[in-house]
Design a protein around this ligand. Structure first.
Ligand code: MAN
Length: 374
């Protein structure tokens, strides 16, 4: 392996939260996932917003239970469908044969959790962030928290029969939340906000999911004057990441470092054989501080792959999905979803992670990454 950068080692890994640690929110439901957490420094500790996935405990022979949020009545409901009416896709979803529509086998909401030391959960917040409108009927998922001035903003995925969109909400205290509506219309997820304005504009990474299949999903970058209206869209990263052949997406909201904006992104390779969902791994990306549309470099190989038992087995095995980054002096705490089941935290040295990034030989992509160039 001479000439190759060394892969940064995890200094420490902890499983922070498992489904058994959380009470279901809905009657006659069970928690099957506590994963993909947003995380940010708060009150001398860390606050997390954890995606909790629940499914009905009742089973009926020859039927599948498809839970949803009845937004008109404001409560959870179950759509029982005959098994011969649906086609199973993977543990997460089925396709309704008559309409071709996809439905989830679970419903997600967001739980507030507090940690003083960053490695253990001390308490949960009282207020749950539940689905609330027609765009959230199949759940609210995968939040990402960014502090902008004195307010905590979080993007989250709103899933419904209208598609997979990304919405924005905010809070000052994690006791009450304000919804700001959809900021990226379907299909778009993995939206992370930068913590500072650049040239008086907010900046976000996002991941449009094209239906046309001209290419594979890529990470894009956009700017906004007010967090609501997004424009100046540019494609940032995709096919040049050799190990992310099926999907790539933003992971953690970026943090400012001497070398540039540092963020972790995830990538997904299609499994060799049919059946499984395939591995999700993560790597570091550095963007220019003044012009984040310019990629300084990325780690050519994943810096984080599923290796611990709780990452290798669960609802969907072999998944690490970073969604939060907290800096502790010269270390980073990476908060992530493990196997679509649990929440983990992994500690890295900041300089190790930044050193894994190589500009590499991808000059052909550079021109289109420069803001203003065609
Ligand atoms: C994918 C997965 C699921 C998620 C849906 C809708 O299938 O990420 O976990 O529920 O998208 O967002």
């Amino acid at each position: 392996m001479s000439g190759m950068k060394t892969t940064p080692r995890r200094i420490l890994t902890r499983c922070l939260l498992r489904p058994a640690d959380v009470q279901p929110q809905f009657e006659r439901f069970e928690v099957i996932g506590t994963f993909n957490p947003a995380a940010i420094e708060f009150d001398d500790g860390v606050v997390l917003l954890v995606r909790v996935a629940e499914r009905p405990t009742e089973t009926r022979q020859r039927y599948v239970a498809l839970p949803y949020w009845n937004w008109q009545r404001g409560g959870v409901a179950i759509d029982w469908r005959r098994k011969d009416e649906v086609e199973p896709i993977d543990p997460r979803m089925v396709r309704i044969k008559s309409s071709g529509q996809i439905r989830l086998t679970f419903l997600s909401w967001l739980l507030v959790a507090f940690s003083r030391d960053g490695f253990t959960i001390d308490s949960f917040g009282e207020k749950a962030f539940l689905p609330a409108n027609r765009y959230e009927a199949f759940g609210v998922e995968d939040p990402r928290l960014t502090r902008i001035d004195d307010r905590f903003y979080f993007t989250y995925v709103a899933v419904s029969e209208h598609g997979v969109a990304t919405s924005l909400a905010s809070t000052a205290d994690f006791k009450s939340f304000e919804r700001h509506g959809i900021i990226f219309c379907p299909e778009n997820k993995d939206v992370v906000l930068f913590p500072e304005k650049i040239d008086s504009q907010y900046v976000a990474l996002h991941r449009p999911n094209m239906q046309s299949h001209f290419g594979i999903p890529e990470i894009w970058i956009a700017r906004s004057p007010d967090l609501y209206h997004w424009g100046n869209h540019r494609r940032l990263l995709g096919a040049e990441v050799a190990w992310a052949t099926a999907k790539i997406g933003g992971g953690t909201p970026p943090i400012r470092t001497d070398r540039g904006w540092l963020t972790l992104f995830h990538g997904h390779a299609r499994p060799d054989a049919g059946g499984g969902v395939g591995e999700y791994a993560a790597a570091a990306l550095l963007l220019d501080l003044d012009q984040p549309e310019r990629v300084i470099g990325f780690s050519p190989q994943p810096v984080m792959v599923a290796e611990k038992e709780f990452e290798r087995s669960g609802f969907l095995p072999d998944i690490v999905f970073p969604t939060g980054l907290v800096r502790r002096e010269d270390h980073l705490l990476v908060y992530y979803g493990a196997a679509d089941t649990a929440t983990g935290v992994a500690q890295y040295s900041l300089s190790d992670l930044a050193a894994s990034v190589t500009p590499g030989d991808w000059s052909i992509f550079r021109r289109e990454n420069v803001f203003g160039e065609k």
